[in-house]
Structure formats: C-alpha cells, structure tokens
Design a binder for this molecule. Structure first.
Ligand code: TXA
Ligand code: MG
Length: 332
C-alpha cells in the first residue's frame, strides 16, 4: 500500500465490507497509522490513530484542511474516555445519559491521556465521543487506542452520510473505507464543553438541546449568546457548503433555482424550478436530519447556481439542521 504523504491521489482506496474480516483489517490499518473512513450513526468519520501525530497529520492533508482544528477522539466506552479526559459531575451525567450516541464532550485533557497535541490542536482540552454505531464500536474496541475522526469530506464540503459521498471526496486519498450503508442520524454530534463547572453548547447536533437540558436540569449556555471568542476553532467558518449558493427562508422559488422543501406545502415556483427535493413531506425533523446532506449533494448535481431552502422549524433537531444550513449559506 502506498504512503499517502508521498503519493497523494495515487493510493488505491480499499472498499471493506462491515463483516468481521473487514473490521479487523480496518483496525489493523489504523494501528499502522493509515487513514480509514468508517460509519458512525451521525456521519462517516475519517479515522486515524489519535495518539500518532503523523497519522493525524495525514487527516489534514487528505481533507485539505487549511488549519489544524481540534478533532474528536472516538473511544469505545466511558472507561476509555476517562483515561483521556477529566469528567466533572456534569460531564459524567451527560456521558451516562447519551453514550453511546451522537454527543461529543469537550473536557480537560487528562495527564495520562494519549491523544496527541496535534489532534487537540494544542488545546488543554480534548473532545471525546463514544459513537453508537455497532461497526464503529467494534472497530474502536479492536484498535484499542482513541481514533481521531472528523467528518470524511474535503474541507468545507458537505458531510458524508454514505460511502459513496466519502469516495466522491476522498477516493485515492485514504487507505480504506468500511462501507456501512447510510447513517441513521444524518447530522454530526452535539458538542458540549464541560469546562470550569459550566456546560456550553458548542455545536447543535444529534442530541437535542431539550434532551440534554432535561438530563442536566438547567439550561445550556450557547456560544452564540456568550459574547466570547469561539472555543471550537472550526465552529464558525463557512462549512457544509455545496457548490451552489444557498438561499435560506425562501417563500418563492425562481425557475433557475433548485429548491429544498420541508413539510406538505410547496412555495410558489416549485413546479417550475430546475429540481426539488423534500426533506420530509410530513414535517418530521428526524427524517429531515437523516436526509439533509444527501439532499444538498443531489440538488447540487442539478448544476444550479442557487439552492433555495424553505423555512425549517427551529425546535428539536431543527436547531442542528438550521445551523448546518446557515453555515452552507454563509459567505465563502
Ligand atoms: O458526528 C460527529 O461529530 C462526526 C463523527 C465522525 O463523529 N465528527 C465530526 O468531527 O463532526 P469534526 O472534526 O468535523 O468536528 C469536530 C468539532 C469541530 O467543530 C471542532 O472545532 C470541535 O468539534 N472541537 C474538537 N475539539 C475541541 C476542543 N478541544 N475544544 C473545542 N471544540 C473542539
Ligand atoms: Mg466536518
């Protein structure tokens, strides 16, 4: 197998089935410092051994990430997480309620931790997640080290919810991919910082704000309202962007646009539009989250200059959906 660093664009990406042999090979490739994309219940991750700075550096190269943003370290259970990070009472309550699942906790890095400085972007904190996808869990158990994994897309592009999306962005740039079909949640994990006795929502995601607050018994602070500089460096830039421009809150559609619909009522102009897709005809936010990123990719394939998006409810998973759409619409 070629080394990605010396032959970017020439590596043959292995397509692995999610059977015992496929997962075992994926684990051994990760342990050798290779890049392996794998399914989680949120989006596909681009995995590398988090304790190996050379392996982590290859993630940035393959994704063409311009700067070293901190990455999430994936571990198989809370015990492994507690070897990497310091959990206060708030972090423990959240971990016990939502792991395995679509929640990432940013906690102080433990002195005994093995996640490399590069994966933490030099921060004194570490982002940890125990994913629920059984393939991901069994992979992590076999690797036996934390696996750094951002979404398996090129930097700034839409996150991948199936193996085809990953290969469209990264074929030939990564050693292997485990093909686990479509992901179920469809938007990335919720990121909550548990530092200094506070609980701050850094990124809305698969665990709703309401669900987290019900467990905590108090409200999460929002980064948007805190007036502080973002503590997650990757959190504010234009992100999740299709090629086309994105126009939000559309109440009518122009004939040269594609339109992303939600709910039973289509805005005027929909029939004449170049393409249209409905995230959920019945207005179901869970269905809409699962379809969001493939819908953006498919509308982009229509080759339009603009994708119009109808308003989407801001409650529950709607907070994460609208967050991703606002980033897709923000200036590049
Ligand atoms: O669902 C997900 O979270 C997916 C799957 C693969 O697990 N991963 C993912 O990773 O979305 P990524 O790298 O695209 O997003 C990680 C986010 C970034 O916004 C980053 O800034 C933030 O987590 N983050 C990571 N470490 C942090 C830290 N120490 N402090 C603050 N934010 C951090
Ligand atoms: Mg990402």
């Amino acid at each position: 197998m070629n080394d990605l660093g010396s032959s970017l664009g020439q590596t043959l990406t292995l397509r692995l089935e999610v059977d015992a042999a496929g997962i075992e090979l994926a684990a051994s490739l990760l342990r050798q410092g290779k890049l392996v994309a794998f399914p989680t219940e949120t989006v596909y991750g681009l995995g590398a051994d988090a304790s190996d700075p050379d392996a982590v550096a290859r993630i940035y190269l393959a994704k063409e990430r311009p700067s070293f943003n901190p990455l999430i370290a994936h571990v198989p259970d809370l015990d492994a997480a507690r070897r990497e990070g310091v959990f206060d009472e708030i972090a423990l309550r959240l971990a016990e309620a939502f792991w395995p699942g679509p929640l990432t906790l940013v906690v102080p890095a433990a002195a005994s931790g093995t996640v490399s400085d590069l994966a933490r972007a030099g921060l004194p904190s570490v982002a940890l997640r125990v994913p629920a996808d059984p393939v991901a869990l069994s992979l992590l158990e076999q690797v036996g080290r934390p696996v750094a994994a951002p979404s398996a897309n090129r930097s700034g592009r839409v996150s991948p919810t199936c193996a085809e999306h990953v290969l469209a962005d990264l074929d030939g740039r990564i050693t292997a991919i485990l093909n686990g079909g479509h992901t179920s949640v469809g938007v990335e994990s919720t990121v909550i910082a548990c530092l200094d006795g506070r609980a701050r929502l850094l990124r809305p995601g698969g665990v709703t704000r309401a669900a987290a607050e019900a467990i905590l018994g108090f409200g999460l602070e929002s980064m948007a309202h805190s007036g502080e500089a973002p503590i997650g460096p990757g959190l504010l830039a234009s992100h999740y962007a299709p090629r086309a421009a994105v126009r939000l809150d559309a109440s009518r559609v122009e004939p040269d646009e594609a339109v992303l619909l939600f709910g039973p009522i289509d805005p005027p102009g929909t029939r004449a539009a170049r393409a249209h897709l409905n995230l959920s005809e019945t207005g179901d936010l869970q269905v809409a989250a699962a379809r969001l990123f493939s819908a953006l990719r498919r509308l982009d394939e229509a080759g339009v200059e603009t994708i119009a998006v109808v308003p989407i409810l801001e409650e529950g998973l709607g907070e994460a959906i609208n967050d991703r759409l606002r980033r897709a619409a923000s200036p590049r």
